[in-house]
Design a protein around this ligand. Structure first.
Ligand code: IPM
Ligand code: MN
Length: 398
């Protein structure tokens, strides 16, 4: 028996983040998960009011309690963000940056896991034409391991780079050849830095997951034929790790562009996929689209110490003001299931996933996305379940 009552940091964020999180917490209670929740401030509100979408007090809460359940946040480009800042803060030279990326960096949540698994009966499942024009609905069970802190998200970038950086770049013959004639003021540079340590951690996490859950293959999804240093290092390390420690798991290598094409051709062939930050972001959205889209896409951001679980959908500001929320809570509920697995409550997550499977298969209660409606306040009048009704149904089926 687990005697210690847990405290979970609830991070609603913006827009529909709050409703999906609150409904998920309600369901967790019914499923028998006993915990206390403390709310952490995060998101657009706090950017506008305080000039910081990720206040220190929120960092402290996570530092203390270690586990976060995160709803969604609104992110806007630099200039739009500045416009909305409290006028009293406008002189301070503040620059908006995404608080979820900030959380991943601050706590070194370097391992991002994004499962994409078909629920039988989901009307949003991918279908294709097979031989003889037959319609096929392949069962997909893919888990993406995304390196979550480095690469193009490392934040090391400049427009009009400082002299030292410019000189460094100019020491590379390819820079001289391809960009040497461009005035410095006309250059923008974003770096893609990979470290051996983080690359090894994400690769090992992927291989271990494949072995533990019986996936046949780990696919490195990068572009080593062009991006020779970073992608090249990742693939080479994957070969070494596979040979030394995971001989029972096949290692496959695909390029991100080809993978995006193949994933609608033969998605059932893939098992575990591992990629750097940006390509992991891309390929995880690609596979999520085959299993129901944003209403079903869940994720875990795991560090050594702190972990944060979140649906990968955004805050859907257009839907946030509806009198009754219409969004599909399943992605958030699934993210909470990943949290339960992580903290050693697999019995409860199994029960919840069983309920999701039943509700989807039965097909009586469906949110607007599952009914292929476009999102508007009147979908409920047309027979779509609200966020609350879907949660109620999941609770009844536990
Ligand atoms: C995701 C999102 C984020 C990302 C955004 C909101 C910064 O797309 O979690 O996949 O790019 O990582
Ligand atoms: Mn994304």
């Amino acid at each position: 028996m687990n005697m210690k009552r847990r405290t979970i940091v609830a991070l609603p964020g913006d827009g529909i983040g709050r409703v999906v999180l609150e409904e998920t917490i309600r369901l967790l209670g019914h499923a028998g998960f006993e915990a206390d929740y403390v709310e952490g401030d995060i998101g657009w509100e706090f950017w506008k009011r305080e000039g910081n979408p990720l206040p220190d007090r929120t960092i402290d809460l996570l530092e203390k309690h270690k586990i976060g359940l995160f709803g969604a946040i609104t992110s806007k480009p630099k200039d739009a963000a500045f416009q909305e800042l409290d006028p009293a803060l406008k002189e301070k030279g503040l620059v908006y940056s995404s608080p979820i990326v900030g959380l991943r960096q601050h706590f070194n949540l370097d391992i991002c896991i994004r499962p994409c698994k078909t629920y039988p009966g989901n009307p949003l499942n991918f279908i294709r034409r097979g031989a003889g024009n037959a319609i096929e609905e392949p069962e997909i069970d893919v888990v993406i391991f995304r390196q979550n802190t480095e690469g193009l998200y490392g934040g090391v970038e400049w427009s009009n780079p400082p002299d030292l950086v410019y000189q460094g770049l100019a020491s590379h013959p390819k820079f001289v050849k391809n960009f040497g004639h461009v005035p410095k003021e006309e250059l923008s540079v974003s770096t893609r830095i990979f470290t051996k340590k983080a690359t090894e951690r994400i690769l090992r996490a992927a291989f271990e997951h494949a072995r533990r859950y019986g996936y046949k293959s780990v696919t490195v999804c990068e572009k080593p034929n062009v991006i020779r240093e970073t992608s090249g290092m990742m693939y080479k390390m994957a070969q070494e790790i596979q040979e030394a420690d995971f001989p029972g798991t096949e290692l496959w290598n695909t390029n991100i562009d080809a993978q995006m094409m193949w994933l609608t051709k033969n998605p059932e062939n893939y098992g575990v996929i591992v990629a750097g930050n940006m390509f992991g972001d891309i390929v995880s959205d690609g596979f999520a689209g085959l299993i129901g889209g944003l209403g079903f896409a869940c994720s875990a951001n795991l560090g050594r110490d702190v972990s944060v679980f979140e649906p990968t959908h955004g805050s859907a500001p257009k839907y946030a003001g509806f009198p009754e929320s219409i969004v599909n809570p399943i992605a958030m509920v699934e993210s909470a299931c990943m949290m339960l697995d992580h903290i050693g409550e697999p019995g409860i997550s199994k029960k919840i996933r069983g309920s999701i499977a039943r509700v989807i298969l039965e097909g009586r209660v469906r949110t607007y996305d599952m009914m292929k409606m476009s999102g508007s306040a009147d979908v409920i009048g047309k027979g779509a379940a609200s966020t609350r009704q879907m949660t109620d149904t999941l609770i009844e089926n536990l």
